[in-house]
Design a protein around this ligand. Structure first.
Ligand code: URA
Length: 243
């Protein structure tokens, strides 16, 4: 393959705008085959050169797919003047073009997909696809005896909204009640409102699965990793359907 300018290659690798990558190169943050290269016009062979930014080898990926363990306290938005967002958890060079698939409340933790693939995001969020989402919640208050059955039938929220059939499993009873809830839709504050409709209050909430993909237990809150090829294939096929 013909050799191309280093700044052009880094832009192509989604490391930043042409101007941004030129500044990174001049600052000595970029190495080619292990040696710092400060000349943005240096020519490299994109097929054979190992180009790293801040010590991280950069590879060409047509699109990027990450699993993030969202911590409580950050908001699911790309940019916010007042609050930290999920994108602030990614290195600046990685952020360009990324967004979260769907949203979790500020106080919710757990699995959030972050990508630059608008088509996949749209497909996963489509109300017609019924992609499953599994949450675990710590709950206060006594749940109605028929709560699981009402979830199964299609719960009616306090404001009259009718939910699709969902699954409620009690993982542990009072005083430290924990439940697992599987949904196939994503209404505003849905888990909190569903639990409220059967007499409880959600005091902690974590998403543990999306489209059949479990949250990687090795990811600490705030950490992320790329999806594996198998995970991506499952999501591209519309998500595993487990109920
Ligand atoms: N349901 C909620 O109430 N909050 C979330 O963040 C996700 C689902």
């Amino acid at each position: 393959m013909p050799r191309i300018r280093l700044d052009k290659l880094l832009t192509h690798l989604n490391c930043g705008s042409r101007k941004e990558v030129q500044a990174m190169i001049r600052a000595g943050r970029v190495a080619v085959d292990g040696t710092a290269e400060r000349d943005p016009a240096a020519k490299v062979d994109p097929d054979t050169a190992s180009v790293s930014l801040d010590g991280q080898v950069q590879r060409y990926r047509a699109q990027r797919y990450y699993m993030l363990n969202k911590p409580a306290g950050v908001i699911t938005a790309s940019r916010d003047a007042r609050h930290d967002t999920v994108l602030d958890l990614f290195p600046e060079a990685e952020r360009r073009g990324l967004f979260a698939v769907g949203r979790l409340d500020k106080d919710t933790e757990g699995l959030l997909l972050v990508t630059d693939d608008g088509a996949l995001s749209h497909a996963l969020m489509s109300p017609n696809r019924h992609v499953s989402k599994v949450y675990e919640a710590a709950v206060e208050g006594e749940l109605a005896a028929d709560a699981a059955e009402r979830f199964r039938q299609g719960l009616v929220l306090k404001d009259g909204t009718v939910c699709r059939p969902a699954r409620l499993e009690v993982l542990s009873g009072l005083p430290d009640a924990r439940v697992r809830i599987t949904l196939r839709e994503g209404k505003y504050h849905q888990v909190k409102r569903m639990v409220a409709a059967v007499g409880g209050v959600v005091v902690a909430l974590k998403r543990v699965q999306l489209g059949g993909i479990p949250l990687d237990p090795a990811l600490e809150p705030g950490a992320f990793r790329e999806l594996t090829a198998d995970e991506l294939a499952v999501l591209q096929a519309g998500g595993a359907q487990e109920f």
